[in-house]
Design a binder for this molecule. Structure first.
Ligand code: THU
Length: 126
């Protein structure tokens, strides 16, 4: 199994833990650090509007809070043919990993690869 396929499988597995009773839209993510470690995430919703968090940001915040600072690739899985990270996640990810490769995948394990910079051209950078 290639590294990318393995990452997609981790995202599919993480999606099983989704807490999404309001949207019924589970999302899973798996983020590969430069050190080879993988950090997974899923969306965690809340009954108070605005407090829900996306799968990609859970994975990123887990990694950053564990001290990882360099990232290679992120797989994201939802029911779409190819799951696309939302704008807020793109902006959050690009702060830490401008050269990140995004693997947009589906629950069957099919995927498409795209550069984060291509998903968020001319991004804000303080
Ligand atoms: N969601 C993600 O987890 N990642 C995205 O990139 C887009 C949306 C979640 C948020 C919410 O729990 C559900 O999908 C429906 O919007």
């Amino acid at each position: 199994m290639t590294d990318t396929k393995k990452l997609v499988q981790k995202a599919i597995k993480a999606r099983e833990n989704s807490y999404s009773p309001y949207s019924n839209y589970p999302v899973g993510a798996a983020l590969l650090g430069a050190d080879g470690d993988i950090y997974t995430g899923t969306n965690v919703e809340n009954g108070v509007n605005g407090l829900s968090i996306c799968a990609e940001r859970v994975a990123l915040f887990k990694a950053v809070s564990e001290g990882t600072r360099e990232f290679e690739r992120l797989a994201v899985v939802c029911e779409d043919e190819y799951c696309k990270p939302c704008g807020a996640c793109r902006q959050t990810l690009i702060e830490h990993a401008p050269d990140l490769e995004i693997i947009m995948a589906n629950p069957e394990g099919n995927y498409r690869s795209v550069g984060l910079k291509d998903l968020l051209p001319e991004a804000f950078n303080l």
